[in-house]
Design a protein around this ligand. Structure first.
Ligand code: HEM
Length: 460
């Protein structure tokens, strides 16, 4: 009879998967569906393999705190998911690691200082008002528009304004950046899921599409960098800070390639997540008229007919709760880390080199921390109801040293945009329009959001 060795490390439970591939096919079929199913079956730490890699899925806030904060030094981004992203974003902040990441983060942090972000408030509101001016004719004709595409345009403009001050050459370049980033991300995800895909230099259809999208993106970024270098007066924006940054010890500046990687990273981080958050907020408001009525009541009470400013944001408490609840239900679906050294998590052994899957989507629905988790209920975020909730039960911006650098900008942008538009319009889904979350790096509405607009009060 074989008896268990009491000194052997305890391994977390999980599905066995198939020979060699492990759970790869299940993951490829429906990543979040599979992760949800195994966490419901095996609990807060689930161990499985994917094409020879050991993976631990963790969903409990205590374990998330350990990996993202307490022992974050042991958990890097040398992982399966992030490697393909490096093809497009190189050593940008999101994909970088170790000393190089720390140096870049320190260098860029001042650009996201609270006071600087608040200064962008006025621009955000003015831009929203300008961009939705043409909505009036849609409202008059009762014609629908794709609100998800509108939110992409709005967010991309805010992202480029904070990065480059002057913005881009019209909507054509905004669309070109959004389109090329979309192609690039799809390509990177494809390489994550198909580890033996032909190397990028082999001229397959996918590889050619990727190369073309990268050339389009880089063309715009390098043109802006070149123009800025030729200028005598540098505006006080993020691009100038990147171009002027010097290493304290060596006095060396960033290479053009490093500046390019940071800009591409910020463009991606800066528009997709925010535009998705706003799109899903419109969708949920259209389905929940009582919540929408409370939002309108707050906006009318605090703002009346005047435009919102950054000074109003602390009073727009319900508006903020609507946005927090939106990010609870529609967050970044999953993040990944690699355990550089062996560790113990929740009493289970994690061997060096294991991958750690983290899913804000699943933790934000964890039944121990969220009652009736699928229900859209902004009041979950009242101070009373949030008081006993652990920090990592809700972490839409990540946590620990790698907390999202743009989280303040994102929150301000979402608050001011939602307030400015909801003051003027009630948005309604076109009946029968299919709505389905597409979960990739972020969660977007797969078929856009066809909505009609009902004016609430005369536009400003
Ligand atoms: C609703 C909006 C946003 C959401 C939900 C979001 C979410 C996140 C999350 C979850 C992370 C952590 C990733 C990890 O730990 O692996 C992250 C990191 C990051 N985000 Fe955001 N983000 C948002 C907006 C923004 C904006 C507006 C910017 C820039 C302008 C930005 C730039 C970044 C960067 C550069 C990182 C990497 C930081 C580092 O590792 O040092 N994000 N974001």
């Amino acid at each position: 009879m074989v008896t268990a060795n009491p000194s052997a490390p305890r391994l977390a439970p999980g599905p066995r998967g198939t020979f060699l591939l492990g759970s790869l096919l299940d993951l490829r079929r429906d990543l979040i569906g599979f992760l949800g199913q195994v966490s419901a079956e095996y609990g807060d730490i689930v161990r499985f393999t994917v094409a020879g890699f050991t993976v631990h899925l963790i969903t409990h806030p205590d374990h998330l705190r350990h990996v993202l904060q307490v022992n974050s030094k042991n958990y890097d981004k040398q992982s399966h998911e992030y490697r393909p992203l490096k093809l497009a974003f190189g050593a940008g902040l999101f994909t970088n690691d170790g000393d190089s990441w720390l140096r870049q983060r320190r260098l860029m942090q001042p650009a996201f200082h609270r006071q600087r972000i608040l200064k962008l408030g006025e621009f955000i509101v003015a831009d929203v008002v300008e961009r939705i001016a043409r909505w009036e004719s849609y409202a008059e004709r009762g014609e629908s528009l794709d609100v998800a595409a509108e939110m992409v345009n709005l967010s991309m403009n805010v992202a480029t304004k904070s990065l480059f001050s002057t913005g881009l050459r019209g909507d054509g370049e905004v669309t070109a950046i959004a389109r090329s980033l979309d192609t690039v991300i799809n390509y990177c995800l494809y390489r994550t899921m198909v580890p033996f895909a032909p190397p990028p230099k082999v001229p397959t259809r996918r590889n050619r599409e990727f190369t073309t999208a990268m050339a389009e993106l880089d063309g715009i970024i390098y043109r802006i960098m070149g123009e800025r270098r030729a200028q005598d007066e540098q505006p006080y924006d993020l691009l100038s800070m990147l171009l002027e940054a010097r290493d304290e010890d060596t006095g060396e500046g960033m290479s053009d390639r490093q500046v390019r990687d940071e800009i591409a990273t910020l463009l991606l981080g800066g528009y997709e997540t925010t535009s998705n958050q706003l799109s899903w907020a419109w969708y949920e408001l259209s389905r929940n008229p009582e919540i929408e009525a409370r939002l309108h009541e707050e906006l009318d009470r605090v703002l009346g007919d005047r435009l919102p400013t950054v000074a109003d944001v602390p009073q727009l408490e319900y508006t903020n709760r609507v946005l927090e609840e939106t990010l609870r239900l529609y967050p970044v679906p999953w993040l990944e880390r690699r355990a550089a050294g062996a560790d113990t998590l929740g009493g289970y052994h994690v061997k060096a080199g294991s991958l750690i899957y983290i899913s804000p989507y699943l933790t934000h629905r964890h039944p121990d921390f969220w009652e009736d988790p699928e229900r859209f209920d902004p009041d979950r975020f009242t101070p009373e109801r949030s008081a006993d909730r652990p920090r990592f039960a809700y972490f839409p911006f990540g946590g620990g040293p790698r907390l999202c650098i743009g989280n303040r900008l994102a929150q301000l942008e979402a608050q001011l945009t939602l307030a400015t538009i909801a003051q003027r319009y009630r948005l309604r889904m076109v009946p029968g329009h299919p709505v389905e979350p597409k979960m990739q790096v972020t969660t977007s509405p797969r078929y856009g959001l066809r909505m009609t607009l009902e004016p609430r009060r005369p536009s400003a």
